[in-house]
Design a protein around this ligand. Structure first.
Ligand code: DX5
Ligand code: ZN
Length: 220
């Protein structure tokens, strides 16, 4: 079994020290860096976008995992590829032509992820699971860091795990929102491969140690 991945979310970082924050991630046990893009339309918040990611990706030694919480993501996929995104996830709720959007992302040389809001049923993934590299399950309503993990996500993780195993898909299950040292082991136990962690990493006194601690509870 592959060892689970920690993906710190830069949303909770100190934006006055972004270079230092990425340097910290570079020296940590995190394998991915999670970048949350919000447009104020798909979600009720606005974060950061292309020019910031284009600069960060140049110094980031980890996998640049971009989570688009935006309407019409197909309009920007090529720009995010150019900005250095290696994984690009789009929301199923924002895509009228999800299959086309996933092929577009892969055609641009990136791994393609489908993100799923807490209310969206897992069965909607049945006919796309074979095409995606990542299923990004939201364990909070997207838009803000620092929220509480929704317990029902455990059921959804098990459902996606079953779907992946039965279909022979190679997709990774990524969990986003409210991940802490207290629930990380249970989330991996349910079948997750990648854990996004914002406030539990950047809110810690020692973020490097917080990443290590998360890594330890999910590998042991
Ligand atoms: C929420 C974002 C998350 C967020 C997670 O809209 O997609 O990636 O940064 O933050 P925490 O870990 O604080 O819940
Ligand atoms: Zn995210």
């Amino acid at each position: 079994k592959k060892t689970p991945v920690i993906a710190p979310s830069l949303l909770a970082a100190n934006f006055l020290e972004l270079g230092k924050e990425v340097d910290m991630i570079n020296h940590s046990e995190a394998a991915w860096l999670h970048l949350d893009v919000m447009d104020g339309r798909f979600v009720p918040n606005i974060s950061f976008g292309l020019p910031v990611i284009a600069q960060l990706s140049k110094v980031c030694k980890k996998v640049c995992d971009v989570h688009l919480m935006i309407e019409e993501p197909e309009k920007y996929a090529a720009d995010f590829a150019k900005a250095g995104a290696q994984i690009l996830s789009v929301h199923i709720e924002a895509c009228r032509h999800l299959h086309r959007n996933i092929q577009q992302i892969k055609g641009l040389g990136m791994k393609a992820g489908v993100a799923v809001n807490p209310h969206t049923p897992i069965h909607l993934l049945e006919d796309i699971i074979g095409d995606v590299d990542v299923v990004l399950l939201m364990s909070v309503n997207p838009g803000f860091g620092g929220q509480h993990y929704i317990e029902h996500t455990y059921t959804k993780i098990r459902q996606v795990r079953k779907m992946i195993d039965e279909s022979g898909s190679k997709a990774l299950i990524e969990i986003d929102g409210g991940v802490t040292l207290g629930n990380a082991a249970a989330i991996v136990e349910a079948g997750a491969d990648v854990l996004v962690a914002g406030s539990s990493v950047f809110g810690a006194k020692d973020p490097i140690a917080a990443i290590s601690a998360l890594k330890n509870v999910i590998t042991s």
